[in-house]
Ligand binder design. Structure first.
Ligand code: 5GP
Length: 193
């Protein structure tokens, strides 16, 4: 087991509805030493990539992506959830369905911060059905930026997002892949990587 899998076993809580709660260390209260280690691990896995920017989505991707960006020495940009209209065409936008809240959000990134010269590392906390990543991929494509890879802290391997993204030909690195989990017994099984 790696450092993250050990922490998930120690402090993660399996909820009904295929939800893994990690809010005591990852996406509500944050263990900064752990997030720092996550940043270093993504740097190691994408060391051969010439990343110019890290792209994520608010809210819980931000803290993680910040540490990844620091490792690469590049800026981090996060897609914002927005209700305002894009009248002047100043924004790239995509529609993202939230796995946890079951609602749809329009997410936007200003055209000032992404363009065809960018080589992106896309980061998020969880990968379930892949809607968040698909939204970020579509924004990157609209900008004409190159996607160097995608990094996920926790992938739920029993949901279809990971397979769909890998089938698109991208290098997707997930630090922990949950193969199965049981809310009643509280058990979590990881995929061997
Ligand atoms: P997807 O778009 O891949 O279906 O879901 C990914 C997004 O939903 C992530 O940004 C994350 O915030 C949220 N999410 C999905 N599954 C879980 C989960 O099991 N636990 C938590 N805490 N968030 C999740």
């Amino acid at each position: 087991m790696n450092f993250l899998e050990e922490r998930i076993i120690k402090d993660g809580i399996v909820k009904e509805g295929n939800v893994l709660k990690v809010d005591s260390f990852l996406n509500h209260q944050m263990d900064i030493a752990l997030i720092e280690e996550i940043g270093r691990e993504f740097k190691r896995r994408f060391a051969d990539k010439n990343v110019t920017k890290v792209l994520t989505i608010e809210a819980s991707g931000i803290g993680i992506a910040a540490f990844v960006a620091k490792e690469f020495g590049v800026p981090m940009v996060f897609a914002k959830k927005s209700k305002s209209l894009n009248i002047a065409g100043e924004m790239y936008e995509a529609e993202v369905e939230s796995f946890t809240h079951k609602n749809k959000n329009k997410v936007i990134v200003s055209k000032r911060f992404l363009n065809e010269n960018d080589r992106l590392l896309i980061i998020d906390d969880f990968l379930a059905n892949g809607c968040a990543l698909q939204g970020l991929i579509s924004i990157a494509q609209e900008a004409g930026a190159k996607i160097e890879g995608l990094g996920i802290v926790i992938e739920k391997g029993f949901q279809y997002g990971g397979q769909a993204i890998r089938n698109m030909g991208y290098q997707l690195e997930s630090l922990a892949i949950v193969e199965s989990m049981d809310a009643e017994k509280g058990t979590i099984v990881f995929r061997e990587q």
